[in-house]
Each structure stands twice: as structure tokens, then as C-alpha cells.
Design a protein around this ligand. Structure first.
Ligand SMILES: Cc1cc2nc3c(=O)[nH]c(=O)nc-3n(C[C@H](O)[C@H](O)[C@H](O)COP(=O)(O)OP(=O)(O)OC[C@H]3O[C@@H](n4cnc5c(N)ncnc54)[C@H](O)[C@@H]3O)c2cc1C
Length: 498
């Protein structure tokens, strides 16, 4: 649905969108790749561009597109980047694999009381020594006919274009009735686990195919997870295209070349590390924003400078995505996974990473400037872009990392890593004494020290949510109207604030 919305939104802005059309690319003879940019000897002022080949089964829109600039956003299929080399693996001796499926939430009141703050409107994570699990609540329009959905989205876009304020927008229930689009709430649940953990050779007791067996193996390995799934979730067999269980292996990689003459690659086509704390979408947006600006630079360059500007832009994008973003996210990822190996490390890592990621947390995120996305924001990379963050990761990884399958570290390793993190938190809280960390982290005070019995954020946290007293849906921020059922006074009547 979000993809449909974005493509239709783009169409409404004048972008041609071809639905159901496959794309491939042809590299022109001599079309340079980034590695040759430094010794580029050609005198031409113009540059070449990969040819975009359309595979349209209806044969109604032609067979190719002429473009001065091409952006490869084809995700894991890496349609263009794959022509410049196979996926590069990060050299740390281990990678991660994921196994997932879809459920319907049954009854939240069954949830184990030990799962503090489980009742929260965001992706939830449960971490264990070999990896972690995600619980992502989704609104699914899977059973709605595509034509009806397109009418619904067109109506929403027309309402936005007409300047209808949020309070007067039709709510989801009304839209669903008007356009005959049934919807339901489902939950994606999956595990992202280290591939250096040795699973038993025979997993036949856990189900049929590999994805099902490995999903169920980790489910059963942790009784708390098994109980949670049994009591509070109902499996949705064959929900997507008749498939129930899904697998994706070797999550971390980067494409060796992510830019060249006439093209740039963004998102998963450039690389990927891990879905933990959502770098895929958050950092992906920053990379796409930057690529759009670089494209504008190329297209607006005077004709006689076009090639020089193109080559400089390709080098900048290569340096940003390949050399900066992906290895830095990879270090963040390894640090998290190593923290899962001992509960003391797991408790220490989040507050330490937060302390290094955010600098002047309140000033930056509460002021007007939060509305202006900048180059500094794109380079922030959820904190991993900061040099001091990387220095911390390197120091901790030096103590903990290696091929260990998630086995517990030695006591000496734990104490050494904890000392590094204690020192870091002390330094950072002294450096930013104005930070109101108690607003951000439920169990901590302003010096990032745990406060026994504190389980809620202090007053003043920017992002707030309430459960609608009528339909029970979480409403974010300060909207008065529930977007699902249309209740007009969410903040006033019976809503519970999170
Ligand atoms: C198991 C798993 C869980 C994840 N969970 C999270 C999460 O919780 N939070 C988060 O931030 N990120 C998460 N991610 C990552 C996130 O999904 C990706 O980082 C993000 O979707 C990347 O966006 P993209 O546009 O690069 O690729 P995609 O979203 O994959 O889009 C690529 C598009 O290109 C199309 N395409 C491919 N080849 C062709 C072709 N030849 N012709 C025409 N079209 C083509 C595809 O159909 C698709 O629509 C997860 C990833 C995985 C694998």
C-alpha cells in the first residue's frame, strides 16, 4: 500500500510511473565505472548513460527510455549495480540470516508482564544471544482489489492537494467502506540471527522447509517467545502468494560500485546491513535525498562542464554510500549483536550508543531546524556516521567480536567492554550537561544512570502516542482525531498516553 501510495503521489507530481513493467540496463561501450574516474582521459564534455530497457508484457509503452541520468533503486535484485560486480561481503567472519512469517494479534492482555513497555506503537524487538526478533505491526490491504485501492489512494491525494486539513480527512474506516477496500491489522514476526551459530543437523521436527524449520527452531529455543506467540498471536498460513514462511540469507553486503557515468544507486541496490533499528528505511531516505540533490547538480551543469560534474558526483556518491555509510552501519550492527551475548552488555550498549549518537539531543531535535533535512543529517546515519561513534564501536569490537556463534563472552571481556562503555557515558554526559535523557529513556535519569522503579519517560518527550479510547488504535503525536475510527477527541476521552 505504501509503495502504491508513493508511486501514485509521484504520478500526481508529473512523474511517469509504469506499473507491471520490468527494467534492465545496458551499459554503453566505454561507459566508465567509478574506479576509472580518477584517470579519466576522455576529452568529451558530455557523458554517457546506461540504456534503460523496458520489459512490458502488454507491449504498449515501448522498449526503452532515454534518460540523461539513471537511478538504480531495484533493491536486492541489484539490476544495475550487479553489472559492476558481485556483492562484497564485510570481512568479519560472520553474517546474518533472517526467517519470518505473518500473524494476527489475538489478545494483548495475555502478554507476559515481564515484557516491559511491550504495549507500544513501534516495532518491538526481543534479543537473544544468537540474534534478535522483530514484531512489526502492519495495516494490511492485501484483500482489497487493486483498482479499488487505486481509487482510494487517488481520493486521499486529491484531498491533500485540495488542502483539506488532517482533522477533516476521511478516516480509514470511512475510506474502506466508500471504496470497498477491506483492511486488517497483522504483525510481521521474524528472527535475524548470526550465521556462525551452529544449528542442529536435523531440524525435521520443526516443520517442512528451511524457513519454517529455522523460524520454529528459534521460537522453541526460547520458551518466553514461544509462549508469547502461542498466547497472543495467530499464524496466517499462506498470507502472501500462498507462502507462509520466508527466508533471506547473508543480509550484510555492499555493491562494489554504486555510481558511474550517468547513474547512481540507492537503497538496497547499493547495499544493506541489517534491519535492526531500521537503518534500511531511515538511512535509505537520507541516501536517496542526497542522490536526488546530486542528480540536480548534474542536470543543471553547463553543457561544457557536464562530464566533469558527473564524474565528481559519481565519486562523491561512491565515497558516501560504499566507503562511509555501509561500513559504518556494519560496525554498529556488529556492536549490537555482540551485546546480545551477555545481559549486562545488552543493558549497557543502548544507553552508551544513545549517548554518543545524539550530542545536544534536545536542542537539535526540539527546535525549528528539525524540519530542515541537511547534509549533516544524511551523514548522521542514526549516529553511526559520527567519528566518535565509530571509535567506540572499534574499541568494543576489539574486545568482543569474532566468530563465536553468540556464545557468552568471558568475564574478563565483559568487564573490559563495560568499562569502555561506562567511561563513554561519563564523558558524554559531562560534554552535554543540558541533555534531558530522562525524557528519552524510560528507565534512566539525565546522567544516563538507571533509576530503580522508573518505567516511564519524563514529561516533555517530543514524540507522543495515545491509544484511541474507541478503537484502541495508537495515534501518534498531537492529532486530535483518530485516523482509523474517526473519534474526534483522542486526547480527551479515555485515551491512555504512552
Ligand atoms: C526481513 C527484512 C526485514 C526488514 N525490516 C526492516 C525494518 O523493520 N525497518 C527498516 O527500516 N528496514 C527494514 N528492512 C529493510 C528495508 O525493507 C529495505 O532497506 C528497504 O525496503 C530498501 O528499499 P529499496 O527501495 O532499496 O528496495 P525495495 O523496497 O526492495 O524496492 C525495490 C523495488 O524495485 C522493484 N524491482 C526490482 N527489480 C526490478 C526490475 N527489474 N524492474 C522493475 N522493478 C524492479 C521491486 O519490485 C521493488 O518494488 C528489512 C529487510 C528485510 C529483508
Amino acid at each position: 500500500m505504501s509503495e502504491l501510495f508513493m508511486t501514485m503521489w509521484a504520478q500526481s507530481l508529473g512523474v511517469n510511473v509504469y506499473h507491471g513493467v520490468g527494467v534492465d540496463f545496458e551499459i554503453p561501450e566505454g561507459g566508465s565505472v567509478t574506479s576509472t574516474l580518477d584517470d579519466d582521459k576522455r576529452s568529451s564534455a558530455s557523458f554517457t548513460t546506461p540504456k534503460v530497457i523496458l520489459k512490458d508484457s502488454s507491449n504498449s509503452i515501448g522498449t526503452s527510455i532515454d534518460a540523461r541520468m539513471v537511478c538504480d533503486a531495484s533493491g536486492f535484485s541489484r539490476r544495475l549495480t550487479s553489472k559492476f560486480g558481485a556483492r562484497e561481503r564485510f570481512e568479519c567472519g560472520w553474517n546474518t540470516d533472517s526467517y519470518w512469517t505473518y500473524f494476527r494479534e489475538k489478545d494483548l492482555s495475555n502478554v507476559d508482564g515481564r515484557l516491559l513497555a511491550w504495549n507500544y506503537p513501534a516495532t518491538k524487538h526481543i534479543c537473544f544471544p544468537e540474534g534478535w526478533g522483530w514484531f512489526i505491526g502492519l495495516i494490511s490491504w492485501h484483500h482489497a482489489p487493486l483498482a479499488n485501492l487505486m481509487d482510494l489512494v487517488a481520493h486521499v491525494i486529491a484531498s491533500a492537494a485540495a488542502g483539506i486539513p488532517a482533522e477533516e480527512f476521511a478516516c480509514t474506516r470511512e475510506l474502506s467502506d466508500t471504496f470497498a477496500c477491506p483492511y486488517e491489522f497483522i504483525t510481521s514476526i521474524g528472527w535475524a540471527v548470526r550465521n556462525d551459530f551452529k544449528l542442529p543437523d536435523d531440524l525435521s521436527a520443526y516443520g517442512a522447509g528451511e524457513a519454517e524449520q529455522k523460524f520454529n527452531f528459534f521460537r522453541k529455543r526460547y520458551p518466553a517467545i514461544d509462549t508469547l506467540l502461542t498466547d497472543s498471536f495467530e499464524l496466517l498460513p499462506g498470507y502472501y502468494d500462498g507462502r507462509t514462511y520466508f527466508v533471506r540469507k547473508g543480509l550484510s553486503y555492499r555493491s562494489p560500485v554504486v555510481a558511474g557515468e550517468g547513474w547512481l544507486a540507492i537503497g538496497n541496490s547499493a547495499g544493506f546491513t541489517n534491519p535492526l533499528i531500521s537503518p534500511g528505511i531511515n538511512v535509505g531516505i537520507g541516501g536517496a535525498w542526497r542522490a536526488a540533490n546530486l542528480t540536480a547538480e548534474v542536470l543543471s551543469a553547463p553543457v561544457q562542464e557536464a562530464r566533469t560534474v558527473m564524474l565528481a558526483v559519481a565519486k562523491s556518491h561512491q565515497a558516501f554510500m560504499h566507503d562511509f555509510v555501509l561500513p559504518r552501519l556494519h560496525n554498529l550492527n556488529r556492536t549490537w549483536y555482540n551485546s546480545f551475548r551477555d545481559h549486562r552488555l545488552f543493558e549497557a550498549v543502548p544507553r552508551t550508543l544513545w549517548s554518543v549518537s545524539f550530542r545536544a539531543v534536545d536542542n537539535h531535535y526540539y527546535g525549528e531546524e528539525r524540519m530542515q533535512f541537511s547534509e549533516a543529517d544524511a551523514r548522521w546515519v542514526i549516529g553511526a556516521g559520527l567519528d566518535e561513534f565509530q571509535a567506540l564501536c572499534v574499541e568494543v569490537l576489539d574486545v568482543l567480536d569474532g566468530v563465536n556463534g553468540g556464545a557468552p563472552p568471558s568475564e574478563q571481556q565483559v568487564q573490559k567492554a563495560l568499562a569502555i562503555m561506562e567511561r563513554t557515558v561519563r564523558e558524554r554526559t559531562e560534554m552535554w550537561p543540558e541533555n534531558r535523557w530522562d525524557r528519552w529513556l524510560r528507565q534512566y535519569d539525565d546522567k544516563l544512570q538507571k533509576v530503580p522503579g522508573k518505567t516511564a519517560r519524563s514529561e516533555g518527550f517530543l514524540v507522543e502516542a495515545k491509544r484511541c479510547g474507541v478503537c484502541n488504535y495508537f495515534v501518534h503525536n498531537r492529532a486530535d482525531k483518530c485516523p482509523i475510527c474517526g473519534e474526534k477527541d483522542v486526547w480527551g476521552r479515555g485515551a491512555s498516553k504512552i
